[in-house]
Design a protein around this ligand. Structure first.
Ligand SMILES: Cc1cc2nc3c(=O)[nH]c(=O)nc-3n(C[C@H](O)[C@H](O)[C@H](O)COP(=O)(O)OP(=O)(O)OC[C@H]3O[C@@H](n4cnc5c(N)ncnc54)[C@H](O)[C@@H]3O)c2cc1C
Length: 533
């Protein structure tokens, strides 16, 4: 297998040699290091690499160069390799340019010169970025190979599941990939159903459920103990944070997740408002870090396991899983988050998963290359998705019912959207119909003010409207508000539900639900801020 490439750009020969030396020492075994001395030379090189189908993992470029500045080079380079990580080497005087480039170009990091000692000031940053690049660029891996039809909802579900669990996979489209056709021939008759998954040990699965995949790739799906100090339902940011704190305080902690760790945050292309990450980080990076941290403290995380019931009477709480397993715990934390409300319009239901998606799957970036993408919704999640897909798509249209995005979206995202030429906003507009035979082909939109209709081409529609809490499984075990969000602490009528259940007749703690010993955190909690923090 070809090594992925790291490209360096610096016009000062001595600096350029020093970077090359340091990179070779640390990364030479796994990456090919290519040194160039100007933006122009680097662009020629990467065009050649593209033609040879080589992968570029990272650009490390000096900012101040006479012919073409580092940021100018990156602007061109990311058109060719949008997924490569981008690092600027700057002098103190260039920090403003570097910070501006973070916003404009999505630069991942800026490093100050000199970077000695590299063990402290260069490698930690680059290793982090390269690890992240690896886990997001599965083509470069020997992992699961998956043959399928691009617009098949099952293929989408499995890709999403593999990606969000950080399982390397290679997607082989049966309609366009010769390797896919070859693998189907080898499989013989009768032809396996699609999606068809081939694992590195030679075993295969046809159209599998997530649970079967989880078991095959060695994810934990069964708890090791019958009783835990703390069980957490949901492995989004709230659940994972609680797991880290619970386990680090010595509690035997189990997290149960119906899909993959990360929750909604796993869909975020770039979280820029989380403390301690000045250049932002993607939801998958945050998840990867949180999962590693939790496991270090001994947390068990079950994947592809849904909790379907709770019995919270008595000192031990009992949760029931979809496969009928029952587990006990002394305290329970509900961190099941929310999901997007369904979009009601003709054709939406039939094409969901075949071009229409709830939330944004980062794994779909490549599939919308050069195509028209539509996003419904005006909140930050929609804005981030627009920015992300604008790197791949020909056009991105944001459709909102309101007059503008200014009341619902953070200013930093509004600014980024304004500066991105292939994004347009259609205010006071609604989706009237989704049209397509086997997959989404176009959308009929209706303008609210004059009822004018437009039909626009659309290969993908990503929906980000309103939130519905995941609380159906709770029955009457905990008190909820009229929208289904869970009440906690002083929001519960302390003379009501809580006291009847509590033998101690104390008031509920902060974040404690109406059922003593059952806590709630994150988006599913009544009155929460709907942020990672
Ligand atoms: C695209 C996007 C971009 C965003 N960007 C930002 C941002 O930049 N900054 C920011 O602060 N916030 C952002 N947010 C919001 C942020 O991601 C959420 O506020 C946060 O993820 C909420 O965390 P949570 O743990 O409460 O719930 P979630 O992230 O929703 O996680 C809940 C988890 O529980 C699991 N679950 C649900 N029911 C069950 C069950 N019965 N059994 C087992 N598991 C279950 C779900 O599968 C899910 O994994 C963004 C959200 C989206 C969608």
């Amino acid at each position: 297998m070809k090594k992925p490439v790291i490209v360096t750009v610096d016009d000062e020969i001595e600096v350029s040699n020093a970077i090359e030396r340091d990179l070779r020492t640390e990364y030479g075994k796994e990456y090919k290091i290519i040194k160039t001395n100007s933006g122009r030379e680097a662009l020629e090189t990467i065009r050649e690499l593209k033609q040879r189908d080589d992968q570029i993992a990272l650009f490390l470029t000096d900012q101040r160069m006479p012919e073409m500045e580092g940021t100018e080079f990156l602007e061109e380079a990311i058109k060719i390799y949008p997924n490569a990580r981008k690092v600027l080497l700057t002098a103190y005087a260039d920090t403003n340019a570097a910070i501006a480039a973070i916003n404009k170009l999505g630069v991942d990091h800026y490093l100050m010169k000199p970077w000695d000692p590299p063990e402290e000031r260069l490698y930690p940053v680059l290793t982090d970025l390269l690890d992240n690049w690896r886990s997001n660029n599965r083509d470069s891996f020997e992992g699961v190979r998956m043959v399928g039809v691009q617009w098949d909802p099952a293929a989408y579900r499995i890709k999403d599941f593999l990606a969000r669990n950080n399982i390397p996979y290679q997607w082989l489209d049966i309609e366009s990939n010769t390797e896919a056709k070859r693998l189907m021939e080898i499989a013989g008759e009768p032809k396996p159903d699609l999606p068809y998954l081939l694992f590195s040990d030679g075993s295969t699965l046809t159209k599998p459920e997530n649970r079967e995949i989880a078991e095959r790739v060695g994810l934990q799906t069964i708890a090791t103990e019958p009783l835990y100090d703390l069980i957490i339902v949901g492995a989004g940011p709230a659940g994972l944070a609680a797991a880290v704190y619970g386990a680090s305080e010595g509690l035997k902690t189990l997290v149960i997740e119906q899909q993959a760790p990360g929750g909604q945050a796993g869909m975020s292309s770039r979280i820029e408002n989380y403390l301690g990450f000045p250049v932002g980080l993607s939801g998958s990076e945050l998840t990867h870090r949180a999962v590693t941290q939790a496991r270090r403290f001994g947390v068990e995380i079950l994947s592809a396991q849904k909790v379907v019931g709770l019995d919270s009477d008595g000192p031990s709480k009992r949760v029931k899983l979809q496969d009928d397993t029952k587990l006990l715990c002394r305290s329970l934390l509900i961190a099941t988050g929310v999901s997007y409300r369904k979009l009601e319009a003709k054709g939406i239901e039939q094409l969901t998963g075949s071009g229409i998606y709830y939330g944004a799957a980062m794994s779909e970036g490549e599939s919308v290359k050069g195509k028209d993408v539509v996003i419904v919704g005006g909140a930050n999640s929609a804005g981030q998705a627009a920015m992300y897909f604008s790197r791949f798509a020909k056009t991105v249209t944001i459709v909102i019912r309101g007059q503008s995005i200014s009341s619902s979206m953070s200013q930093y995202l509004i600014d980024q959207i304004k500066n991105t030429s292939n994004i347009r906003i259609w205010p006071e507009t609604e989706i009237k119909e989704a049209i397509g035979t086997n997959r989404l082909e176009c959308l009929k939109l209706i303008r609210k003010n004059n009822q004018d209709e437009d039909t626009i081409p659309a290969s993908a529609l990503f929906v980000f409207i309103g939130a519905v809490p995941h609380t159906d499984w709770l029955g009457d075990q905990v008190a909820r508000d009229p929208h289904g969000f869970i009440l906690s602490g002083t929001d519960i009528d302390t003379n009501g539900h809580f006291k009847q259940k509590s033998a101690t007749r104390r008031a509920p703690y902060m974040l404690e639900t109406s059922s003593p010993g059952v806590f709630v955190a994150g988006d599913v909690r009544h009155g929460s801020v709907k942020r990672v923090a």
